[in-house]
Design a binder for this molecule. Structure first.
Ligand SMILES: *Cc1c(COP(=O)(O)O)cnc(C)c1O
Length: 428
């Protein structure tokens, strides 16, 4: 009989009890699945409407070369992004090489010697430590005389308003707010929480630039940080908004003058947004954006499914399966290094690309311990595709994210579980 259960057992060698356990766990998360489906539908319509309003057409998929003057597709894509994010302007470019680069361009473009950056939400994403100069790095903002201050979140994940107020001074030019937990054990900020923080900051200093690192957050809610007062919002196209199809790129959306300053840093003063050939990838950027809500939906479902399963098995998880989601990341504390390695190897085995590769922990620049990364992606390093990362140190937390479809995310989680099961780490 060609049932799903038989296929899983016979073709993927799953233990029958594991299959039963997972299929009943899936039944138990119907409610959060319904919730994300409604959000996805809203975002799908928002994107459809924006594409229609801007008369997206075949001509916009043509390639430009050289300087890329009058790249209609590029300019229209930027108008569509500005519409979706409810902003004056947008910079959406393949020349933005990664999320880190997009954030770097936004920061260097808008800061001048003597300015100060404030992070009111604790330590920023790892790679930004080098950019800001928290970790000494050649070419950092610190070397250009730009200083940095940080106020940590309170132990319950809330804002430390008192110390944030004290940290804002005459030099404070830009406040950077990271929406996602990234790779730390803290709750992800909701868009509304970000809005409250921005309102608080603007009440103290109205002209400060509020920038949000939106990586992993796009289309997980019906609103984005630009809907609640953010002046600049930045992200990567090989995460949520590229929908798995964008081969490279990043975006910066927000107030016109701040986007323009970023554009002048990306290209050159005086050139700004006018240059930048798109070499034929516009269609993938449009189509990926169009599919992004659906791809984010699959990722969020995979995260919810993993959260529920591992909570049932007695592991600590963040967030839990029935909490509202604000990004696509699922953190799971797996208790031992062996469990972390097994989990990541299971995820790798479930990949459509490089399924035969066995990931192992290794030292990486910028980390104080070995790190293991599982990813078998069509686009190199794409973490909207199913992937898992973990630093090998207590409490042995693995960060799971992505999945181009819910059904792929599901079998990925099941294979990670099977890998733990074979090692004797879990029982049903
Ligand atoms: C991924 C990520 C970045 C950096 O993006 P890269 O494309 O990996 O350089 C920055 N901030 C957050 C919160 C991220 O998740």
């Amino acid at each position: 009989m060609h049932t799903l259960k038989n296929f899983l057992i016979q073709q993927f060698n799953f233990h029958p009890q594991l299959v039963d356990f997972c299929l009943s766990a899936e039944e138990e998360v119907k409610k959060p699945f319904d919730k994300i489906d409604k959000i996805t539908e809203y975002n799908q319509l928002k994107i459809l409407k924006a594409m229609q309003e801007h008369n997206v057409s075949d001509v916009h998929f043509a390639a430009t070369t050289g300087y890329g003057y009058n790249d209609l597709g590029r300019d229209t894509l930027e108008s569509v992004y500005a519409e979706i994010f409810n902003t004056e302007d947008a910079l959406v470019r393949p020349q933005l090489m990664s999320g880190t680069h997009a954030l770097t361009v936004a920061l260097f473009g808008n800061l001048r010697p003597g300015d100060e950056i404030l992070s009111p939400v604790g330590k920023p994403y790892d790679t930004l430590e080098g950019v800001i100069g928290i970790r000494p790095m050649s070419g950092s903002l610190k070397e250009y005389g730009i200083t940095y201050r940080q106020v940590d979140l309170l132990s319950d994940g809330l804002f430390d308003y008192e110390n944030i107020k004290k940290a804002i001074n005459e030099k404070t030019k830009l406040v950077t707010i990271q929406r996602s937990k990234g790779y730390s054990w803290r709750p992800t900020l909701s868009v509304n929480q970000i809005g409250e923080l921005i309102t608080f900051i603007k009440n103290i200093k109205p002209d400060v630039i509020c920038m949000v690192d939106n990586c992993y957050g796009e289309f997980v809610e019906t609103i984005e940080p630009t809907d609640v007062g953010a002046d600049l919002v930045v992200g990567s196209l090989i995460k949520n908004p590229g929908g798995g199809l964008a081969p490279t790129g990043g975006y910066i959306v927000g107030k016109e003058k701040y986007v323009e300053q970023a554009a002048c840093r990306l290209s050159a003063p005086g050139l700004g947004k006018e240059v930048g050939a798109t070499l034929g990838i516009n269609q993938l950027l449009f189509q990926g954006l169009f599919l992004a809500p659906q791809v984010v939906n699959g990722s969020v479902k995979g995260a919810i499914f993993a959260s529920h399963i591992f909570e049932k098995l007695g592991f600590k998880i963040m967030p839990s399966s029935h909490e509202n989601r604000h990004d696509i990341i699922q953190a799971i504390q797996l208790k031992t290094a062996e469990n972390v390695i097994s989990f990541c190897q299971g995820i790798q085995k479930a990949s459509p690309v490089d399924s035969f590769v066995t990931p192992i922990p290794d030292n990486m620049p910028g980390y104080d311990c070995p790190v293991i990364m599982a990813a078998g992606a069509f686009v190199q390093g794409s973490s909207i595709e199913l992937s898992a990362d973990a630093p090998i140190k207590p409490p042995y937390t693995v960060f799971l994210q992505g999945g181009l479809s819910w059904h792929h995310a599901k079998i990925g989680v099941m294979m990670a579980l099977q890998s733990l099961f074979e090692q004797g780490a879990v029982q049903f």
